[in-house]
Design a protein around this ligand. Structure first.
Ligand SMILES: [Zn+2]
Ligand SMILES: [Zn+2]
Length: 193
């Protein structure tokens, strides 16, 4: 059985984003991309004090609950909730390499996020207000963070090349500066695995 990439929407993710990821990830990884049924975010992941979801808890929930038909498959969950790990204010995503499960949050990738942050508007309503240019920026960021987390599931660590997709994004500026491809060094590591 050929290994594939499963994209799992958590709660309600815009269909156009899922289709964009399906087409783009297929080109980059040359694998079949399946969009699975949506799942709901686990109730215990919400941290009331921080008003954010704990990414570790969501990842653990996925590890325990995803039906892993083929252990080689890569599973990418996509959510529009603000997520954190205890040591950081927020994260764009999180991954483990066995089983190959990762998640990304598109919440802070939205070009209007910081404009509307104080109004606590959900990204769902923000997506509708994006211009074509903003939507392109949004999608490009989503693709970069998705490829980055998938890279971790394949065993890659962070890369010091700021143009490489495996460069660690501390801010959106880092995400915007890097590309969505692996640098030669990271590609070599992938090919040796
Ligand atoms: Zn990373
Ligand atoms: Zn690299």
């Amino acid at each position: 059985m050929e290994d594939k990439i499963n994209v799992i929407p958590v709660n309600d993710i815009d269909k156009s984003i899922l289709e964009f990821l399906q087409i783009s990830l297929r080109k980059i990884f040359n694998k079949e991309i399946c969009i699975l049924d949506k799942i709901n975010v686990p109730e215990n992941s919400f941290d009331q004090r921080r008003n954010q979801h704990n990414a570790n808890k969501i990842l653990n929930y996925l590890i325990e609950n995803l039906p892993l038909k083929n252990i080689q498959d890569i599973n990418l969950a996509i959510l529009d909730l603000d997520i954190f790990v205890p040591s950081l204010n927020f994260v764009f995503g999180l991954a483990v390499d066995f089983p190959r499960i990762c998640l990304i949050s598109i919440e802070r990738l939205n070009p209007l996020f910081y404009t509307y942050f104080n109004y606590s508007l959900k990204s769902k309503s923000l997506t509708l207000r994006l211009t074509k240019k903003e939507k392109n920026i949004f999608e490009e960021r989503i693709l970069k963070e998705a490829v980055h987390e998938i890279g971790h599931t394949l065993g890659l660590n962070h890369c010091s090349n700021y143009k490489c997709v495996m460069y660690f994004s501390n801010t959106l500026l880092d995400t915007d500066k890097k590309g969505y491809n692996f640098c030669l060094n990271c590609l070599n590591i992938l090919n040796r695995k």
